[in-house]
Design a protein around this ligand. Structure first.
Ligand SMILES: Cc1cc2nc3c(=O)[nH]c(=O)nc-3n(C[C@H](O)[C@H](O)[C@H](O)COP(=O)(O)O)c2cc1C
Length: 170
């Protein structure tokens, strides 16, 4: 009995995920990026993370060509940024406040956390590429995360998130 695409999407809708905007630069050096919830930690030592990017995404070739990407973890107040970076094409960065990280990557202002990663592996998987990055620097600010669940935006209650401490789980 084959799983239909609708059944698959319905099952995935029940997984609550944080929301990131993954940024890099195109071959002309312009900032590029997209909203991505297919992000996870992979390894603590060395510090590795992955993000899955659709082959059809405009920014897809930029990840491999630039060789670096940044993961901007959105706060609950940044739903508009998530929506903006989920619209294909155009200049997503127009009017968006961002700064350059130590590796020159565009880092969005006001995020919960930002990770600057050097691309170390890329694996094809169906219609996506799994980009694995070695985290070269990380900054964490206080705040609550933006959560995507049942095709809608949510957050979590609880205390403000403190910067990560030594010895925690990845
Ligand atoms: C909450 C949310 C999560 C998403 N997660 C991913 C993801 O993990 N990987 C991906 O390739 N696209 C993801 N998308 C879709 C892309 O953001 C969307 O296709 C975007 O238009 C791509 O932009 P581009 O084609 O200009 O590069 C997500 C969209 C939303 C709203």
């Amino acid at each position: 009995m084959a799983l239909t695409p609708t059944e698959f999407r319905t099952a995935l809708r029940s997984f609550a995920a944080g929301v990131t905007v993954v940024t890099t630069r195109d071959r002309e050096g312009r900032p590029s990026g997209l909203t991505a919830s297919a992000f996870t930690s992979v390894s603590l030592v060395p510090p590795l993370v992955l993000v899955c990017v659709d082959h059809a995404a405009t920014a897809h070739p930029d990840f491999r060509e630039h060789g670096w990407f940044a993961v901007n973890v959105l706060r609950r107040e940044q739903e508009a940024l998530s929506r903006r970076f989920a619209v294909s094409g155009g200049d997503k960065f127009e009017g968006v406040a961002y700064r350059e990280g130590s590796s020159g990557l565009p880092l969005l202002e006001g995020t919960l956390a930002a990770l600057e990663c050097r691309l170390v592996e890329a694996h094809e998987a169906g219609d996506h590429t799994i980009f694995i990055g070695l985290v070269e620097s990380a900054t964490v600010k206080g705040g609550r995360p933006l959560i995507y669940f049942l095709s809608g935006y949510h957050s979590v209650s609880g205390d403000t998130v403190a910067p990560a401490s030594e010895g925690g789980q990845p």
